[in-house]
Design a protein around this ligand. Structure first.
Ligand SMILES: Nc1ncnc2c1ncn2[C@@H]1O[C@H](COP(=O)(O)OP(=O)(O)OP(=O)(O)O)[C@@H](O)[C@H]1O
Ligand SMILES: [Mg+2]
Length: 317
């Protein structure tokens, strides 16, 4: 799991994290916590490296660590530390995760840590629209643009924890008109995406020489390529252009491999890569048609959420 969090200093600027903090949130027992107190506050026997990460100065940082190594615990400890020492106002904390499960874990640990520190009440609950918890409404089924109650934390000036997709959806819902989208836009659920993608594939009349997989598998390929391109802000034409160049390189390598009488396996592997490049170019063309179909129906999907939120942030900082 990967967890990111951003925060801004509380009004008045950051204060040193150690020692009493007159304007900050006091611990139940009085005073600001010491770094070692995080072990007790989070109920985790943190190593000194984890404590150092959680109590690092208030500036951008990154933690790279393996699965199950304590990333979420350290993120929660970081929030508890910054809030309990008064360096950051609770309402200025935004925790973003990829999955709803991770958002739930982070919410829970921050909530318990802050409560134990006597620093704050609730943490804004994450919404349930992450990639691991999608609905299954038919096309036109669910309207998500209607105003929804905000997570409790936001109203109360408490930390907000959410998935990237959920947060993006809220940004788009709040600012749909700035993006030229109707506030009542429809968000395609998973099953509906597949239905629409299948329909686009069946309608496709362009050349399909390399796409030899069954329709059901191609539908999955189409939906995932569309989502990957959206989430990485790459245009289908750009990918097709890249694959054309890659294909030329592979074909040159195949010729060189044959001339050099390299082993058969090497040339075969290059042949498989060429097939991937050719298939992906063809699917990229169909992605453009799938996107057109979404525009016609005035629907967006989970991948679009990230693209639109980035466009919003770029155009209205
Ligand atoms: N230094 C430590 N010593 C012992 N247990 C620890 C330590 N750090 C974290 N843990 C425990 O390890 C477990 C996994 O921690 P955590 O969920 O924070 O890891 P993660 O890196 O976020 O995992 P994932 O990759 O599954 O998201 C938790 O039960 C946590 O309490
Ligand atoms: Mg985790």
């Amino acid at each position: 799991m990967t967890v990111d969090a951003t925060s801004r200093p509380a009004a008045g600027g950051p204060r040193p994290g150690n020692g009493p903090c007159p304007g900050g949130s006091p611990r139940a027992g009085g005073g600001s916590p010491a770094p070692e107190d995080l072990r007790d506050l989070l109920g985790v026997p943190f190593t000194s490296e984890q404590i150092a990460a959680a109590t690092a100065p208030l500036e951008p940082g990154v933690i790279v660590a393996g699965a199950g190594s304590g990333k979420t615990s350290v993120m929660a400890a970081r929030v508890v530390w910054l809030v309990a020492t008064g360096q950051v106002a609770p309402g200025d904390v935004l925790g973003l995760t990829f999955t709803t499960k991770a958002a739930g874990e982070l919410t829970d640990r921050i909530r318990r840590g802050l409560a134990k520190a006597g620093a704050a009440g609730s943490v804004g609950d994450s919404e349930d629209d992450g990639p691991d918890q999608q609905g299954s409404d038919p096309v036109g089924g669910r309207v998500v643009g209607a105003p929804k109650p905000r997570p409790s934390g936001e109203a109360d000036g408490e930390p907000v924890v959410s998935t990237y997709h959920s947060f993006a959806k809220r940004l788009i819902t709040d600012h749909a008109l700035r993006l030229g989208i109707e506030p009542g836009f429809r968000l395609l659920a998973d099953a509906t995406r597949f239905q629409l993608a299948g329909r686009v594939l069946r309608r496709h009349r362009g050349p399909v020489e390399a796409l030899t997989r069954p329709l059901s598998m191609l539908t999955g390929d189409l939906v995932s390529l569309d989502a990957e391109l959206s989430e990485h802000l790459v245009d289908p034409d750009t990918l097709a252009g890249f694959d054309l160049g890659w294909l030329a390189e592979i074909e040159a390598a195949v010729v060189a491999g044959r001339c050099a009488a390299r082993n058969k396996g090497h040339v075969e592997a290059l042949g498989r890569m060429a097939l991937v490049a050719r298939s992906r170019r063809e699917i990229a063309a169909i992605v453009a048609e799938y996107r057109e179909a979404k525009r016609e129906l005035e629907v967006i999907d989970f991948g679009d959420l990230v693209t639109l939120a980035v466009r919003l942030a770029d155009s209205v900082p």
